[in-house]
Design a protein around this ligand. Structure first.
Ligand SMILES: NC(=O)C1=CN([C@@H]2O[C@H](COP(=O)(O)OP(=O)(O)OC[C@H]3O[C@@H](n4cnc5c(N)ncnc54)[C@H](OP(=O)(O)O)[C@@H]3O)[C@@H](O)[C@H]2O)C=CC1
Ligand SMILES: O=C1O[C@H](COP(=O)(O)O)[C@@H](O)[C@H](O)[C@H]1O
Length: 496
């Protein structure tokens, strides 16, 4: 890796503390940072270097995946860090930052490669990018990259404005839009897994697949982020970015089909029809893992009359020869029964139309988290009539498993954009989402409720039932339910 400087706007913030510094630290422990490397953290709080290093060490003690404090290693890592207090709106601050960086680069023999990481609220992205450019910070003599945290806009128009503002100062190839779901090891492995398994590749198409279910359920509620979340909701917070990226990753199958093409092929849903294809809901009081928890409207910082969605589910169809006719059901929610992210491919069962008692279906389950694994539920009816699980787990590396931010930060330092979201994908995602936001704003889609600790609202079950399908967990609990009439491609409103 090339010698470089990592300049972190928002160095005093929550994300820096919980994710970015622990990721850099673990890369450091694994010898995966450049040998000559400087970190400059920025914020407005009045830290000096020593106090800030102490703050980072405390964060590592709390949030690093490696348990047990390694005081010597943490001290060595912290010594790479300098703190510079500046307001992002103050032009003088950038001048001082440039001098500090040049001095540091000279001390360490760095060659002017600079990565600027913007872990600040999105309204700062455009102005910071412009000031980096104007102040000459982007002309250090090496490469310059800009890593941007989500949210990439609040809607289609603001996302476009954001991208335009960034691209005035930085060419698109130097802007890395981070989506931490693309850093999850199982997501990163999907493509090679499918490419190296003809068995998988051959069956991932509308001849064999009845439907695909993509779920990211969380047990946590809004936590301390009500200020942000109450304006965002599940559709903006998780669906527009992480969930649609998961769709693109699985639907592209292996090679020959890029993520942008997948997103382009998704049939649009118009504002007035949105309620037929999506379900939004909000959690009420309930019990998660045996603990009683309040409803969303009782959470600190939430507007007591809020209509924000904490759950969102949708049916998406692709206009594409491989997937035409196969519904992709995607859902995400907070305060659900379990923390799990998975993609379930439900296969058709040709025997359904011929036998009075339909044997259970086959499934492929890509468990993304926790415990990344690939599970098959294979129907062994010829042997003992039971649906048999077959679980293929990668060797459990426990705390050795790198976190998403580690993989992504390393890629950004290496200049590898493969697992970063591309602007075109982001724009297409917002394009799909915008009519649904409009429907919500115009009260054209009902807001359902679900008790905390459940699998979501009944309306989401109906979404599948209309097509003759059921969510995987329902089918697993009762394999006899939810088989579609003939195992044929089902007909839905989108068909040409
Ligand atoms: N926290 C999370 O889990 C996630 C966060 N994100 C995104 O990451 C970004 C950062 O989030 P998070 O860390 O939670 O936010 P915080 O509110 O915890 O931190 C904000 C950071 O921005 C700095 N800041 C704010 N205003 C200015 C300014 N005018 N000049 C210079 N620095 C400023 C703050 O510095 P100081 O306090 O010193 O003034 C602080 O370091 C946001 O875009 C958020 O949406 C994305 C995914 C998850
Ligand atoms: O981006 C976000 O992701 C987290 C969930 O991430 P995970 O890696 O724990 O699955 C979510 O809680 C948060 O609201 C959202 O902003």
């Amino acid at each position: 890796m090339q010698p470089s400087a990592f300049v972190l706007f928002g160095g005093t913030g929550d994300l820096a503390k919980r994710k970015i510094f622990p990721a850099l630290y673990n890369l450091f422990l694994d010898g995966k940072l450049p040998e000559r490397f400087a970190i400059v953290a920025l914020g407005r709080k009045p830290f000096n270097d020593e106090l800030f290093r102490q703050h980072v060490k405390e964060s590592l003690g709390r949030f690093s995946r490696r348990e047990g404090a390694n005081a010597a290693a943490m001290a060595e890592f912290a010594a790479c860090i300098q703190y510079h207090a500046m307001d992002a709106g103050d032009p003088q601050g950038y001048e001082r930052l440039r001098s500090l960086l040049e001095q540091r680069e000279e001390e360490l023999g760095l060659t002017g490669n600079r990565l600027f990481y913007l872990s600040v609220a999105p309204e700062h992205f455009g102005p910071i990018a412009a000031r980096i450019r104007q102040s000459g910070l982007a002309d250090g003599g090496g490469w310059t990259r800009l890593v941007i945290e989500k949210p990439f806009g609040h809607d289609l128009a603001s996302a476009r404005a954001l991208s335009a503002a960034l691209h005035v100062s930085f060419p698109p190839e130097d802007v890395y839009y981070i989506d931490h779901y693309l850093g999850k090891p199982m997501v990163q492995n999907l493509q090679s897994l499918i490419a190296s398994n003809p068995v998988l590749k051959a069956v991932l198409n509308n001849r064999y697949v009845a439907n695909v279910q993509i779920t990211a359920s969380e047990t946590v509620g809004v936590e301390e982020r009500a200020g942000y979340y109450d304006r965002a909701g599940a559709l903006r917070d998780m669906f527009q970015n992480h969930m649609l990226q998961l769709l693109m990753m699985i639907a592209r199958r292996a090679e020959g089909y890029d993520k942008r093409q997948v997103m382009e092929s998704v049939y649009p849903v118009n504002r007035d029809e949105a309620a037929n294809h999506v379900v939004r809901a909000q959690y009420t009081a309930g019990s998660v893992a045996g603990r009683t928890v309040p409803g969303y409207l009782q959470e600190p910082g939430v507007d007591p009359g809020s209509a924000t969605d904490t759950y969102f589910a949708a049916r998406l169809m692709l206009d594409d020869p491989i997937w035409r006719g196969v519904p992709f059901y995607i859902r995400t929610g907070k305060r659900m029964k379990e923390k799990a992210t998975k993609i379930v491919v439900v296969f058709k069962n040709p025997l359904e139309s011929r036998l009075p008692e339909a044997p259970a279906r086959n499934y492929l389950i890509v468990n993304i988290q926790p415990n990344p694994s690939l599970d098959f539920r294979l129907n062994l009816s010829g042997l003992d009539g039971e649906l048999q699980p077959l679980s293929l787990q990668p060797a459990n590396r426990g705390e050795e498993e790198p976190e998403a931010y580690e993989l992504l930060l390393r890629d950004a330092l290496l200049g590898d954009p493969t697992f970063f979201a591309k602007w075109e994908e982001i724009e297409l995602s917002w394009k799909w989402v915008q009519p649904i936001l409009d429907a919500f704003a115009n009260r054209l889609a009902p807001l359902h409720t679900y008790p905390a600790g459940s699998n979501g609202p009944a309306a989401a079950d109906h979404l599948l039932a209309e097509d003759g399908h059921v969510w995987f967990e329902t089918a697993e609990a009762n394999p006899a339910v939810g088989v579609s009439p003939a195992g044929e491609t089902i007909s839905v409103a989108y068909e040409h």
